[in-house]
Design a protein around this ligand. Structure first.
Ligand code: ACO
Length: 326
């Protein structure tokens, strides 16, 4: 088969704000305990951005690290997509702010908003440019300051989220059209807008001109999570032409350890193949997958050439999965 162009991840980077908030600290603010949070979620701690640290600063740091890992500089970047729900401003897009702060040349820059599924959505959008040779060096960034959306009197949500950013560099690479190719191989994206009331923010520009607070019926979201994610994982594997059992590493959105385990069990995935950072990062929404990917690469588990499966579910509801060979 003649060569085809694939979108290949050539560098990964992550950034977490300095301040760590432990469960013990939270238990001095709301009626909760370290034990409840660990048992129900697997979370031990989360990072929180400083008051003067907008999400673009987190994104820029993750992007710098991803570019360095790829052996590229800001001058090479011609496409920036930021997946975020917590932008610096209503506009311009965080991606345009990142472009300015990094000093990238004029190119394409915009945000994608699919909440916790944002990174998987953004990767698929970037693939539309890179695999058609419309971008030569793309930054795809998941960046969030979710702690800014918390109602600190609501113990059912404020213990779950954290701040951070993760980034990948995507570049065109020649493949043979087989599952041995490096790059993005398969994809499944989903949304069900009828489930809005399960997970949303009660503020917005055109509703009440407020930022609002995150509201979630956690146990109802939980019920949808395992079924929805499992279906998308199976569909993404089929789209890629691989078996779920062929995958070397599962890199899930990090919402709850029990969801990670539930999906693994349903699909017969060995739990040792699941990258879990929920204990140390909590739920960083669109940032959680690239942060977990970075974590797995840095600790030496994830290696070039391996088959990865990324999956997420979040507000919308949105969910999805993609298969890529590193
Ligand atoms: N500390 C102590 N007790 C608590 C806390 C807390 N922080 N939070 C809730 N409780 C209590 C509740 O009040 C309830 O008490 P009651 O039985 O007296 O009424 C009890 O604990 C059980 O509450 P549930 O909500 O049923 O607990 P559950 O086991 O479902 O865990 C959780 C809650 C962790 C939120 C879980 O449902 C979950 O992870 N849901 C999915 C979240 C998710 O995946 N979201 C999608 C991504 S996020 C995004 O897109 C932005």
């Amino acid at each position: 088969m003649a060569g085809i162009v694939r979108s290949v991840v050539t560098g990964v980077g992550g950034y977490l704000p300095e301040r760590v908030v432990t469960n013990a600290e939270l238990s001095t603010r709301v009626d909760t305990t370290d034990e409840w949070i660990r048992e129900r979620t697997g979370i031990h701690q989360r990072h929180q951005a400083a008051d003067d640290q907008p999400v673009s600063d987190l994104a820029v740091e993750a992007a710098r690290r991803a570019l360095e890992a790829a052996g590229r500089t800001p001058a090479d970047v011609d496409l920036i997509i930021v997946a975020t729900t917590t932008p610096d401003l209503t506009f311009p897009a965080v991606a345009a702010i990142v472009q300015r702060k990094l000093g990238c040349p004029i190119g394409i820059a915009f945000d994608v908003q699919a909440v916790c599924s944002g990174f998987v959505y953004a990767l698929s959008v970037a693939d539309g440019f890179v695999a058609r040779n419309r971008a030569k060096c793309a930054l795809v960034i998941g960046a969030e300051t979710m702690t800014r959306l918390m109602d600190w009197t609501d113990r059912t949500t404020c213990v779950l989220f954290g701040d951070g950013a993760g980034a990948v560099v995507l570049e065109p690479g020649e493949g043979q059209g087989t599952t041995a190719d490096r790059g993005l191989l398969g994809l499944a994206l989903r949304a069900d807008g009828t489930k809005q009331d399960l997970l949303y923010v009660d503020g917005g520009v055109s509703t009440n001109r407020q930022t609002g607070y995150l509201r979630m019926l956690g146990n109802q979201v939980f019920r949808h999570a395992v079924v929805n994610i499992s279906e998308a994982v199976t569909a993404a594997a089929a789209d890629a032409g691989v078996e779920v059992s062929d995958v070397d590493w599962f890199i899930p959105h990090q919402a709850n350890q029990r969801i990670l385990e539930g999906v693994a069990k349903r699909l017969g995935i060995d739990e040792t193949k699941v990258i879990s950072t929920v204990a140390i990062h909590a739920n960083t929404s669109a940032a959680s997958i690239p942060l977990a990917l970075d974590h797995g690469i840095k600790d030496g588990r994830i290696k070039p050439g391996q088959l990865l499966l990324l999956e997420a579910m979040g507000g919308g509801l949105t969910w999805g999965a993609c298969v890529l060979r590193l």
